[in-house]
Design a protein around this ligand. Structure first.
Ligand code: PGA
Length: 236
């Protein structure tokens, strides 16, 4: 079973969101794919009401807690709304809201203590990639986010090279497999009840089947391509 996560970011309005959600709800039940969508926060409850079987993930959570915290999104609201997944540390959240690995570590704790499955995003810059320091960088990033003494429940790790997001560029197919295999080796030093490693960054109709065929890749996190109905219909 491979995870297919549609990250709709802030691309879609309500009508577009519901129209794609309807296509998802009509996909035949599959043993090959587990499909999640990550819509704008405003739209989760409408999706749940109209398409109760669709699974959604928030694009972020917040650390301030309940109380006098205007503008926050506490993790308990996800639980109350029966949302079971949240993306954490996406590169755009890191860039726009100053998230860093320490904050992601705290958000991870919040998710796990509220039974939310975190989809933790990591990835290197173009410079790091070019200087062949990707592995070292990712190892350190994992070290900053996860602790070897914690027993984690289910976690999804998304390897998203920053230079690949929204650019049409991806590492070579073999490289994606090698990096994901390396990540799974590193993650053996930590303890997870369930861990899946996904690839994200310029996944589209042209490269999806090659990426999903990779042994060490347990799924994909897809941004702009997933806002097109043809892409969603690929999973029929
Ligand atoms: P992209 O985005 O598919 O548009 O490159 C991926 C992501 O940001 O998760």
């Amino acid at each position: 079973m491979k995870y297919i996560i549609f990250n709709w970011k802030s691309y879609l309005n309500l009508k577009e969101t519901l129209s794609l959600s309807k296509i998802i709800s009509n996909l035949p039940k599959s043993k090959k794919y587990k499909i999640l969508s990550s819509p704008n926060n405003f739209f989760h409850l409408t999706i749940r009401k109209l398409f109760p079987k669709n699974i959604t993930a928030t694009q972020n959570i917040d650390l301030h807690g309940l109380g006098a915290n205007t503008g926050s999104l506490d993790v308990s609201y996800l639980t109350e709304s029966k949302i079971k997944y949240s993306i954490l540390g996406h590169s755009e959240v890191r860039a726009n809201f100053n998230d860093n690995d320490l904050i992601v570590k705290d958000k991870l704790k919040h998710c796990l203590s509220n039974n939310i499955v975190p989809i933790v995003c990591i990835g290197e810059t173009k410079d790091i990639y070019k200087s062949k320091k990707t592995r070292e960088f990712l190892k350190l990033q994992i070290h900053k986010i996860f602790s070897m003494s914690t027993q984690y429940q289910e976690v999804i790790l998304a390897y998203e090279p920053l230079w690949s997001i929204g650019t049409g560029l991806t590492p070579k197919i073999d490289e994606i497999d090698e990096i994901c295999s390396y990540l799974s080796m590193i993650l053996k030093n930590y303890s997870f009840k369930k861990i899946n490693i996904l690839y994200g960054g310029s996944v589209n109709l042209t490269n999806i089947s090659d990426i999903l065929n990779l042994r060490n890749v347990n799924g994909v996190l897809v941004g702009s391509a997933s806002t097109k109905s043809e892409f969603i219909k690929y999973f029929k």
